[in-house]
Design a protein around this ligand. Structure first.
Ligand code: TRP
Length: 453
C-alpha cells in the first residue's frame, strides 16, 4: 500500500480546514440569513452556537478522523467493526456529493459574475438592468451549465493533485489572500455614502426580531459554514499527523471561519443599506444587490468600483473552490481506500456523478423549474435535504459516537496526544461534557422542534 498523505505543518492543517469552512456559506449565505433574522441579535446567537454546539461536533469529527487515519467509512469500520455505525460512514460518503452538486451551481454563478465584472458589465448607465441580470442568467440553459462545469472541473483538478500538492498548496495561498480581499471590500463598502445604517444593523442587537426558528437557522448556518455533519472535517483530520494539537486546530478553524463571516457581513450589509435595499432579500443578495451597487457607485469612481467588483467575485470563487475540494475529497478517500481505485479514477468518477446531479440542480432554475420533489425545486430539495436533515443527523450521530460509543480514555488520549498536551488535558472535562451532553441534547431538541414546526 502506498504511504498515506499528511498535511505538512500546523499552518497547513488550519489553512486546509479553514479553506473548507470558509466558502459560499460565509459570503453568500451568512449575510442573507443575518438579513432574514434581523441582524446583530442573530449574530450573537450564531456565535454562541458556533462555540457551544458546532465546535464540539468539529472536535468529534477530528477525533474520529485523526484516531483512525481513514476516510469516513473506513473510520467507522475501524472503531466500531460489524455494527450499524457503518451506515453513518456510508451516509457521510453520499451527503457531501449532494452538497457538492448544488454548491457547484452557485460556484458556477460566481465564475460567471467574475467574467461579467471583468467584461465591465456593471456600469452606471445600466444600473437598473443589472439586478435583472441574475434572474435572466440563472434561468437560462447553457451558460450556467458551462460555468458549473468549469467550477467542477477546477475542483476535480485540485483534488486530483492530492492532499499536499493540491489541497494544501491551494489553501495555503487562498486563505490569506481571501482575508486581505474581504478586508479591502469591507473598507470600500463601509465608506460608501449611507453605509452607516448597515454597520448599525450589524452591531446593534434588536432582540424582538429573534423568532424561535432563528435558533434552528443559526445552528444550521453554523454547521454549514464549518462543513460539519457530513464527514468533511473527519476526512481532513485523517490527514493530520499524530503530533498535531487538534483542539487548537479545531478552535482556530472555528475562529477564522467566524471572523470571515463577520467580515463578509461588513462587506455586504453596509453596501446593501447604502443602495437603499432591504437586507432580507434572500439568496439573490450578493448576485443581484451587489452588482447593482457596483454599477450605481461607479458613477463617480468607475475604476475603483470596477476593481472592487472583480475582487469581490474573485473572492467568492476562490472561497467556493477551497470548500468544494473538501467535499470531493470525502468521496475520493472512500473510493481510493475502500474500492482500491487510483486517485485519478476516483476523481473522474466523482466529477461525473456530481456533474449529472449538478446539471439537474442548475436546470431547476430554468427549464426544469416545474419539476418538484416534495414541493421543492431540485436545487432547493438538495439544499433542504442536506442542511435541514443530513447535516443535522450526521452531526448528532458523530457526537453520540464520540461521547457514548468510544472509550472515554481513547477520546482523551486523542485530544491530548497521549497526555502530552497539558492544556488540552485541563480543558478535557469541559470539552467532553459538551460533546457528550450539551451538543447532542440541544441539537436533537432543535431538530425535533424544527420537524414539528
Ligand atoms: N463550509 C463551506 C462554506 O461555508 C461549505 C462546505 C464545505 C460544506 N464542506 C461542507 C457544507 C460539508 C456542508 C458540509 O461554504
Amino acid at each position: 500500500m502506498t504511504q498515506r498523505e499528511h498535511f505538512g505543518s500546523r499552518a497547513a492543517v488550519i489553512m486546509a480546514m479553514a479553506g473548507s469552512a470558509i466558502g459560499l456559506g460565509n459570503i453568500w449565505r451568512f449575510p442573507f440569513i443575518v438579513g432574514e433574522y434581523g441582524g446583530a441579535a442573530f449574530i450573537l446567537v450564531y456565535i454562541i452556537c458556533c462555540f457551544l454546539l458546532s465546535l464540539p461536533i468539529m472536535l468529534s469529527e477530528t477525533i474520529i478522523g485523526r484516531r483512525t487515519h481513514q476516510g469516513t467509512f473506513g473510520a467507522m469500520n475501524a472503531l466500531a467493526p460489524g455494527t450499524a455505525w457503518k451506515w453513518l460512514g456510508l451516509l457521510t460518503v453520499l451527503s457531501p456529493l449532494i452538497i457538492l452538486s448544488y454548491y457547484s451551481v452557485v460556484g458556477g454563478w460566481s465564475f460567471a459574475f467574475l467574467c461579467k465584472a471583468l467584461a465591465l458589465q456593471f456600469q452606471p448607465d445600466n444600473a437598473e438592468s443589472v439586478t435583472a441580470m441574475f434572474g435572466t442568467f440563472s434561468s437560462s440553459t447553457w451558460w450556467p451549465l458551462v460555468c458549473m462545469m468549469v467550477f467542477l472541473f477546477l475542483t476535480a483538478l485540485i483534488v486530483y493533485f492530492g492532499v499536499n500538492k493540491g489541497i494544501e498548496r491551494f489553501s495555503k495561498v487562498s486563505i490569506p489572500v481571501l482575508f486581505v480581499l474581504i478586508v479591502i471590500i469591507a473598507i470600500y463598502s463601509m465608506t460608501l455614502p449611507g453605509a452607516g445604517e448597515g454597520v448599525r444593523y450589524l452591531v446593534k442587537p434588536d432582540f424582538s426580531k429573534l423568532t424561535p426558528d432563528a435558533y434552528a437557522a443559526a445552528l444550521g448556518q453554523s454547521f454549514f459554514s464549518l462543513s460539519l455533519g457530513v464527514g468533511t472535517m473527519l476526512t481532513y483530520a485523517s490527514y493530520v499527523r499524530k503530533d498535531e494539537n487538534i483542539l487548537l486546530s479545531g478552535t482556530g478553524t472555528a475562529f477564522f471561519d467566524l471572523l470571515f463571516a463577520i467580515l463578509a457581513g461588513f462587506a455586504v450589509m453596509p453596501a446593501v443599506f447604502a443602495a437603499g435595499i432591504t437586507p432580507s432579500s434572500g439568496p439573490g443578495l450578493v448576485f443581484e444587490t451587489l452588482p447593482f451597487i457596483f454599477a450605481k457607485m461607479g458613477a463617480g469612481a468607475q475604476v475603483i468600483s470596477a476593481v472592487v467588483s472583480i475582487l469581490f467575485f474573485l473572492t467568492i470563487l476562490v472561497a467556493a473552490l477551497s470548500s468544494s475540494i473538501s467535499m470531493m475529497e470525502v468521496g475520493v478517500a472512500y473510493l481510493v481506500e475502500e474500492k482500491k481505485q487510483s486517485r485519478h479514477n476516483a476523481t473522474i468518477i466523482l466529477f461525473l456523478i456530481t456533474l449529472v446531479v449538478g446539471i439537474l440542480c442548475s436546470l431547476s432554475f430554468g427549464v426544469l423549474s416545474d419539476v418538484k420533489l416534495l414541493g421543492n425545486t431540485i436545487f432547493n430539495f438538495c439544499d433542504r435535504l442536506a442542511s435541514n436533515f443530513l447535516m443535522t443527523i450526521g452531526a448528532l450521530l458523530f457526537s453520540v459516537f464520540v461521547g457514548w460509543k468510544m472509550d472515554k480514555a481513547a477520546v482523551k488520549d486523542e485530544l491530548t496526544n497521549g497526555g502530552k498536551i497539558k492544556s488540552s488535558g485541563k480543558l478535557f472535562p469541559i470539552v467532553y461534557f459538551l460533546i457528550k451532553y450539551v451538543a447532542p441534547v440541544t441539537i436533537a431538541a432543535i431538530f425535533i422542534i424544527g420537524l414539528l414546526g
